[in-house]
Design a protein around this ligand. Sequence first.
Ligand code: ATP
Ligand code: ATP
Lengths: 221, 221
Amino acid sequence: KKQFVVIGLGRFGSAVALSLAEENCDVIAIDRDEAKVKSIADQVTLAVQLDAMDEKALKEAGVQNVDVAIVSMAGNVEASILAVMILKELGVKKIMAKALNDLHGKVLSHIGVSDVIYPERDMAQRLAHNLVMPEFLEHIQLSPEYSIVELPAPDFLWGKSIVGTKLRSEYGISIIAIRRAYRANGEKKESWHVNPPAAEVIRKDDILVLLGANRDIEKLG
Amino acid sequence: KKQFVVIGLGRFGSAVALSLAEENCDVIAIDRDEAKVKSIADQVTLAVQLDAMDEKALKEAGVQNVDVAIVSMAGNVEASILAVMILKELGVKKIMAKALNDLHGKVLSHIGVSDVIYPERDMAQRLAHNLVMPEFLEHIQLSPEYSIVELPAPDFLWGKSIVGTKLRSEYGISIIAIRRAYRANGEKKESWHVNPPAAEVIRKDDILVLLGANRDIEKLG
Ligand SMILES: Nc1ncnc2c1ncn2[C@@H]1O[C@H](COP(=O)(O)OP(=O)(O)OP(=O)(O)O)[C@@H](O)[C@H]1O
Ligand SMILES: Nc1ncnc2c1ncn2[C@@H]1O[C@H](COP(=O)(O)OP(=O)(O)OP(=O)(O)O)[C@@H](O)[C@H]1O
C-alpha cells in the first residue's frame, strides 16, 4: 500500500490528500493552520499541525517513510523550498511540488523536485484549447504532435464504411472508437465500439473518436 | 475570430487570457488590480482596470460582444456572482466561472454559468490517479469506462507481433500507437507509429499506447 504525505492543505493540497485517501492510500496531511488540519483529520490516515520548516516536527510525524511527498504551499516560497530540502535530507525518494511561477519552479527542480506542478496554468491551457476548437466535443493532447478528438460524424461520412472515408489514407487519422446511441427499455443509452473494423459503416448521430497528428485533425475541425 | 473576456486575472484567469491570446483569439482582460492589468496589457487585445460589479464600466469595456466570458475570481464570491448576473443581462451567451467550492459552484450553475470550473481539484484528482497507477506513464480517462494508458512494453511482449500479443482477443485492449526511440545525427529522438499494423513487432524500449475498458487495463497494470 502506497504512503503519501501532503504538506500544505490549500485548495490543491487538500484535494490531493482527499483524492489519494479515496483511493485507499495512506495519507499524512500537514498544515500549520489548525482549522485546515481539523477539517481533514477524519478522512486521512494522520493529520498533523506543524510548521513545515521544522525538521524535528516533520521527522516526528513520520514523513521519512513515505513513498511520495507532495508539497503544496505555492504562496509561501520559502517554506516550500525549505520543506523540500528537509524531505530530501530525510530520504524521501519522490517529491512533487506546486510552484507559484516559472522561477519558483526552476528552483524546485534544482533542489530535487521530480515533478513541478502548475495546476491553474495547466487547466487554463486545456480550457483554452477546448474553447478554441469547439467543433470537437473533447480534445485530448496525447503528445505535442498527436491528439485524440471526439466529433459528431459529419453528414458527408454517413453511410460510408470506415475504410471508405479515406480518413486514414488521406489524412492519417484513425477512428479508434465510435460512440453510438441506442434504445434499451425505453431509455437512451450509448455504447462504445472500440477499434471498429474497416468495414464498419458510420451512421448519423455517431460520435467519432479520432486519433491523428494535430495539423491533420485541425483540417477536419 | 472568437472573442473572449476574462474577468479576474489571478493565476487561473491570467493563464486563460494568455493561452487564448496565444491561439490568436481576441481577449479582453479585466481586473480591478492595476498591476495585473498592466502586466498583461501588451499580450491581449484590450486590458481594462475596473470593478467587475460596475455594470456601466463592463458595458463600456465592450463585454456584451464576446462569444464566451470566463469569470475567475473564486476568492471573491460576491463579485463573481454579480459579474455573472451582469454578463447575463448584457446578453453574453456562454459564461464559464471558476468556483471556490461546491456551494459556490451550485449558485453559479443556478444563475446561468454553463461550465463551473475547479482547476485545483481537477488537477489534484488527475495527479492522484497517476500516482496510484504508477505503472502507467500516462493515464487518460476517455469516458467513465474507457481509458488510454501509456506503458513501457513489458518484457514478455518483446519480439511479439501485435496480433501475437493477443491483447485484443484476450483483454479487448487495442494498441493504438507505439512510441519508439531512434537515433538521428547522434541525437535521441522518438517517433509515433499510429495505428500500427497487426504484423508490427514490439521491441524492447517501445512505449505502448493502449485503449481499453478500465477493468481490463487494470489487469495489465
Ligand atoms: N510553513 C508552513 N508550514 C505548514 N503549512 C504551511 C506553511 N506555510 C503555508 N502553509 C499552508 O499551506 C497551505 C497552502 O498555502 P498557499 O495558499 O500559500 O498555497 P497555494 O498553493 O497558493 O494554495 P492553493 O492550493 O489553495 O492554490 C495553507 O493552508 C497554509 O496554511
Ligand atoms: N470586484 C472585482 N473586480 C475586478 N477584479 C476583481 C474583483 N474582485 C477580485 N478581483 C480580481 O480577481 C483576481 C482573482 O481573484 P482571487 O485570487 O480571489 O481568485 P482565485 O480564483 O482564487 O485566483 P487564482 O486563479 O489565482 O487561484 C484578482 O486578481 C483580483 O484582483
